[in-house]
Write a protein of this length. Structure first.
Lengths: 412, 249
C-alpha cells in the first residue's frame, strides 16, 4: 500500500472550500459561540445607538473589569458543566476562600501564605465535591447545594459580627485597579499574535511531516489578522486617556486582562492538546465509552471539580480586588450568572461540548446587558429579566442544535 | 487446519445455582470468521465476557496461540490482542473518528497529543479495510450513520493490532445496504489474518460471512461446523435443541 492516505481529513481544499465546510458545520448545528458573538455585536450596536456613554473609553475599560469576575467564574464552571455536572457552590467557595485570605492576613499572616491557603482550601473543596460525585454517587447538584448552604455560614463565622472585612493587600488590589503601561498593552497583543502564529505554523509543519494535507495558509492568515485588528483596536482604545478628572490621568490596558488571558490560554491548551483534555470531553460525551477505553473516569471527574474550585477562587480574587472587601454573602448570587454565561456562550449543559472562550463570550454578553441597561438608567429589574430571556434563547438553541445533530435530548 | 488461535476446553461458569456455561469447547482460527449462534440465554454473552476478561470462567482451560492463559482482567485480554466490539459500540458522539479510534491510547509528543500521527494512523486503518463511506476522519461520530459507527468501532480494533476481534451482533440495528457494508468489513478483517468471532441472530448474515459456525444450546456447545458442510436447517435444529448430537471437530 502506498504511504499516502486517500481518506479526507477535513484539511483539504482551498480557503473557499474551508469556509464552505465551516458553513455546513454551522448548518448541522455545531454553532459554538457564534450565536453569542452575534448577540454581543447586536447589543453593542444597540447600546451605542441608545447611550452616548456606551462607546466611551472609560466605559469600555469598565466593561472589562466588570466582566472579568463573571468570566473567570464561568470558565471555572465550564470544567464541570462539560462533564454534565454542576457546581452551585463555586461562588461561595471563592467567597469563603477570600474570607480566609483576608482574615488570616489581618491577623498577621504574610499575605502570600494566606493567599496560598485560600487556594489550598479551593483544592480541598473541589476534591470533596468530586469525591462525593464520582465515588459516593451523590448528584453534583445536591452535594454542591449542600456546600452552597453551608459555606456562607463558615464565612459568617470567619468574618465575625460585622460580616465584612477590608482587603489590605495592595498587590491584590492592583489587579483590578491598575493598568499596564502603554507599551505593555501592545506587548500583550504582540505575544498573543506571536503565539497564535507559532502554534498554527507548528501544527502545519507536523502535518506536512506526517504526509497529511494542510489547510491553506490564508486561513491562518485570516485568523491572525482578525486578532490583530480586533485586539489592536481594543488596546488602542484602552490606551486612550479615560479619566474624568484631568489631574489624575488613567490610561492603559487593565492589569486583569493579561492575567485572565493567560489563564484562559493555559486552560484551553490543556483541554485541546493534552490527554487530560481529551478525557474530559470523552467523559462528558459518554462516560461508559470512556471507562471501557481504560480512562479513569472518577479521577477525571474529581480533577475537574478541583480545577473548577481553583478557577472560581481566582474569580474570587478578582472580585475582592475590585470591591476591596469580603462580606458574608460573597459569591452567592454570581454563581447562577456564571452558569448562565457558560450556556449563553454555547457550552452544553448536556455535557461533552464547550470551550473556555465560550464562557468568556457569554460572560461579556451578560456584562454588556448589565452595563448598557445601567447606562440607560433602567431599573436593575429589567436587566435581570433580559438576562433571563437571553438565557432562555441560548438554552433553546442548544437543545435544537442537539436535536439536529441527532444527540440525545436527555442526559444518559 | 492450523493450530487454533484460541482454544477453550471445558469452560464452566455459574451464577449461584444457575449453570450458564456447562463445559464449553471452542476453537477459533486466524483468518477465519467463527459465528457464535444460539438462542437467548444460551450463554453467548457469558462466553464472550470471559474472553474479554470482564468476567472470568469458573473452570476450564483457555489456550491462546497454544499457551495456556488466564484472562482475569480486560487489560490481559487486550494485551494478548483480544478486542471486543460491543453492540452499543461505546463511542463518544461528541468526539471525531480519530479521537474515538485512539481513545484511551493517545499518541503523545512532549506531553501534548500527537494529532497528525493519530490522524494518519486512523486514516490508514480505515483504508486498509477499504472503507470508503466516511467523508472525513475528522467527522464527529454524531454525524455518522449506524453502519459507519460500526465501521469506526471495528477499525479501532484493527488499529490496536488485534489478533482476535469479537463482534457482538454487528448488524443488529442496520438496514440492508449497511449490513452488506459491515459484513464485507468483517470478511476483510478475517482476510487480514485476524480471527473473528461474530455473535449473530441472523442466520442469513452468518451463512454469508462465516467460515465456521459454533452453536450454543443452554450452556453447551452442541456443534462447531464448517459453514460449507452444513445448512440452515441443521443449524436451526441445533439452536432450538431439536438436534443435540455433539459433533467432534
Amino acid at each position: 500500500m502506498s504511504d499516502n492516505i486517500t481518506i479526507n481529513t477535513g484539511h483539504e481544499g482551498t480557503a473557499l472550500d474551508q469556509i464552505k465546510a465551516y458553513g455546513s458545520r454551522l448548518k448541522s448545528g455545531e454553532m459554538g459561540a457564534l450565536p453569542a458573538i452575534g448577540a454581543l455585536i447586536l447589543l453593542m450596536i444597540l447600546f451605542s445607538a441608545l447611550s452616548p456613554y456606551f462607546l466611551t473609553p472609560i466605559n469600555f475599560a469598565n466593561l472589562f473589569t466588570q466582566a472579568a469576575t463573571l468570566m473567570m467564574l464561568s470558565a471555572a464552571l465550564v470544567f464541570v458543566i462539560m462533564l454534565g455536572e454542576i457546581d452551585l457552590s463555586a461562588g461561595v467557595t471563592a467567597g469563603t476562600g477570600m474570607a480566609i485570605f483576608v482574615k488570616l492576613h489581618l491577623d498577621g499572616t504574610p499575605w502570600l501564605l494566606a493567599f496560598g491557603l485560600a487556594f489550598l482550601f479551593a483544592l480541598v473543596v473541589g476534591w470533596f465535591l468530586g469525591y462525593f460525585v464520582a465515588k459516593v454517587g451523590v448528584p453534583s447538584f445536591v452535594i454542591s447545594l449542600a456546600l452552597y448552604l453551608a459555606l456562607p455560614g463558615v464565612m459568617l463565622i470567619i468574618l465575625g459580627d460585622g460580616g465584612i472585612l477590608r482587603l489590605e493587600v495592595p498587590e491584590i488590589k492592583a489587579i483590578m485597579n491598575t493598568n499596564l503601561p502603554l507599551w505593555g498593552g501592545w506587548a500583550m497583543l504582540g505575544i498573543t499574535i506571536g503565539l497564535t502564529l507559532a502554534m498554527g505554523l507548528w501544527d502545519r509543519s507536523r502535518r506536512t511531516k506526517a504526509n497529511l494535507p494542510t489547510r491553506p495558509l490564508s486561513i491562518l492568515g485570516i485568523k491572525v489578522a482578525g486578532i490583530a485588528v480586533l485586539g489592536g483596536a481594543g488596546v488602542a482604545v484602552l490606551n486612550l486617556p479615560r479619566s474624568l478628572v484631568i489631574t489624575n490621568p488613567i490610561q492603559g490596558v487593565p492589569t486583569v486582562i493579561p492575567i485572565a488571558l493567560f489563564i484562559l490560554f493555559v486552560g484551553t491548551f490543556m483541554l485541546d492538546r493534552t490527554k487530560f483534555g481529551r478525557y474530559m470531553y470523552a467523559v462528558g460525551g459518554n462516560p461508559e465509552a470512556a471507562r471501557r477505553a481504560g480512562i479513569k473516569v472518577a479521577k477525571i471527574r474529581i480533577t475537574a471539580f478541583m480545577i473548577c474550585s481553583v478557577l472560581a477562587m481566582i474569580s474570587g480574587v478578582f472580585n475582592v480586588s475590585r470591591i476591596g472587601n469580603v462580606e458574608s454573602s460573597a459569591g452567592r448570587a454570581i454563581v447562577l450568572s456564571g452558569v448562565a454565561a457558560a450556556v449563553v456562550g454555547g457550552v452544553s449543559l448536556f455535557g461533552g461540548r464547550g470551550r473556555l472562550v465560550h464562557a468568556a463570550i457569554g460572560a461579556f454578553v451578560i456584562a454588556i446587558i448589565d452595563n448598557g441597561l445601567g447606562l440607560l438608567g433602567m431599573p436593575a429589574g429589567i436587566a435581570y429579566i433580559i438576562t433571563g430571556a437571553v438565557l432562555t434563547v441560548a438554552a433553546t438553541a442548544d437543545a435544537l442544535a442537539r436535536k439536529r445533530s441527532g444527540g440525545p435530548l436527555v442526559r444518559n | 487446519m492450523s493450530t487454533p488461535l484460541i482454544q477453550l476446553s471445558g469452560v464452566k461458569k455459574s451464577f449461584g445455582p444457575v449453570d450458564v456455561l456447562k463445559g464449553v469447547d471452542l476453537k477459533v482460527y486466524p483468518g477465519r470468521v467463527t459465528a457464535l449462534v444460539g438462542d437467548n440465554g444460551a450463554g453467548k454473552s457469558t462466553l464472550i465476557k470471559g474472553l474479554a476478561g470482564v468476567q472470568w470462567y469458573d473452570e476450564g482451560r483457555v489456550k491462546f496461540e497454544g499457551e495456556e492463559v488466564s484472562l482475569t482482567t480486560p487489560r490481559i485480554s487486550s494485551a494478548l490482542g483480544i478486542e471486543v466490539v460491543y453492540q452499543d459500540l461505546a463511542l463518544c458522539e461528541n468526539l471525531d473518528i480519530v479521537q474515538n479510534m485512539f481513545l484511551g491510547r493517545e499518541e503523545l509528543q512532549q506531553f501534548t497529543l500527537d494529532e497528525s500521527a493519530m490522524e494518519f494512523a486512523a486514516a490508514k486503518a480505515l483504508q486498509s479495510l477499504s472503507v470508503r463511506t466516511v467523508k472525513s476522519v475528522r467527522q464527529k461520530v454524531s454525524s455518522l450513520s449506524g453502519g459507519q459507527r460500526q465501521t469506526v468501532a471495528i477499525a479501532r480494533s484493527v488499529l490496536r493490532d488485534a489478533k482476535v476481534v469479537i463482534l457482538d451482533e454487528p448488524t443488529a440495528a442496520l438496514g440492508v445496504a449497511q449490513t452488506e457494508q459491515v459484513l464485507n468489513l468483517v470478511r476483510r478483517l478475517a482476510d487480514k489474518g485476524i480471527a473473528v468471532i461474530m455473535i449473530s441472530h441472523n442466520l442469513q448474515d452468518v451463512f454469508q460471512v462465516a467460515d465456521d459456525i459454533a452453536v450454543l444450546y443452554l450452556g453447551s456447545m452442541v456443534a462447531q461446523l464448517e459453514t460449507k458442510k452444513t445448512n440452515h436447517n441443521e443449524i436451526i435444529g441445533y439452536i432450538t435443541g431439536l438436534k443435540t448430537q455433539k459433533e467432534k471437530a
